[in-house]
Design a binder for this molecule. Structure first.
Ligand code: NAI
Length: 332
């Protein structure tokens, strides 16, 4: 029998966590034979709500869930964890400037980086979901110097899944038939959804997205805009931000990281940039990656159509600006 691993979810009393905890606890992320101890971190005013979540997890009677540790103390939450889902963040409130939001979140991710550095396993895999996810991941990594920078990633898998779903619907195939879409850059409206390397299985034959949807103009305009603006469309309809789909994407991201990608498959992940494809070095930039043995590798040698190059530069520039703003807050 495998020994249990410790997994922390922050923002554990929030709406993404409400879907995510069940997906993790039933074994969909770390394997159906991997027992788990779940650490749930939220802030002190949310402890009563969190107690309700703990009750529901117990009432799911899940065989792999060996223990649940609810806490408001980062030192407890990050102790000995192998995986960290950093979902909790300060949401943007009415009248709040972008800078105020950034400074609140820089503080949260500084504290959590320090706690990871002190208390987590040195091979902990960290996924930042809380926005601005890419920049929060840099801050967290900066305050956890004893953990390799490659272990800090940001979530663009939701955008990736949105892109697959759009192409599948347009090509009239089931969604598993669509793979290798790419989300480049920031998890923001400057992200670049790129279907030019995607593969679509149409009645058993592998074709390009252009061949499958037979509408290049759609791929270069409506497809890109729909994916970029999907988060806002969900908020407009639901009056709350994406939660079920965000939780699913977080689980997909961590499962790919722990269990690997399929042969010939790549997925999108915000990872520390080495300058590939002209992305600024050191920012957390979403690239296509393959994963084996728990290590991600940026897919090299893809030919980037001129059409996407300006957009790639713009999203890279936005990430550099965000990083500069975050560093200014840190130094202030
Ligand atoms: P929510 O507001 O329902 O839950 C957030 C939870 O985090 C709350 O319970 C809050 O008390 C907690 N929290 C705040 N500060 C904390 C701290 N310092 N430590 C621990 N917990 C803390 O929000 P929701 O809908 O669950 O979303 C969470 C985050 O995920 C937001 O920042 C949202 O923008 C982001 N998001 C990111 C996506 C992505 O694709 N990267 C997609 C969807 C949401």
């Amino acid at each position: 029998d495998k020994q249990p691993i410790r997994v922390v979810v922050t923002g554990a009393a929030g709406q993404i966590a409400y879907s995510l905890l069940y997906i993790i606890a039933k074994g969909d992320v770390f394997g159906r034979d991997q027992p788990l101890i779940l650490h749930l971190l939220d802030i002190p005013p949310m402890m009563e709500v969190l107690e309700g979540v703990v009750m529901e997890l117990a009432d799911c009677a899940l065989p792999l869930l060996r223990q649940v540790v609810p806490t408001a103390d980062p030192a407890v939450a990050f102790n000995d964890v192998s995986a960290a889902f950093l979902v909790g963040a300060m949401p943007r409130k009415q009248g709040m400037e972008r800078k105020d939001l950034l400074s609140a979140n820089v503080k949260i991710f500084k504290v959590q980086g320090e706690a990871l550095d002190k208390h987590a396993r040195k091979d902990v895999k960290v996924l930042v979901v809380g926005n601005p996810a890419n920049t929060n991941a840099i801050v967290c990594s900066k305050y956890a110097p004893s953990i390799p920078a490659e272990n800090f990633t940001a979530m663009t898998r939701l955008d990736h899944n949105r892109a697959r779903a759009q192409i599948a619907a347009r090509a009239n195939v089931p969604v598993p038939c669509v793979s290798n879409v790419i989300i480049w850059g920031n998890h923001s409206s400057t992200q670049v959804p790129d279907a030019s390397h995607a593969k679509v299985n149409v009645n058993g034959k592998m074709v390009s997205a252009s061949e499958a949807v037979k509408d290049e103009a759609w791929l270069r305009k409506q497809f890109i805009e729909t994916v970029q603006k999907r988060g806002a469309a969900v908020i407009a309809a639901r009056k709350m931000s994406s939660a079920m789909s965000a939780a699913t994407a977080a689980a997909d991201h961590m499962r790919s990281w722990f269990l690997g990608t399929d042969p010939d498959e790549f997925v999108s992940m915000g990872v520390v940039s080495d300058g590939s494809y002209g992305a600024p070095k050191g920012v957390v930039f979403s690239f296509p990656v393959t994963i084996s043995n728990g290590q991600w590798k940026i897919v090299q040698g893809l030919k980037i159509d001129d059409f996407y190059l300006d957009m790639l530069a713009a999203t890279g520039k936005e990430l550099e600006e965000e990083r500069a703003e975050a560093m200014a807050v840190i130094q202030a």
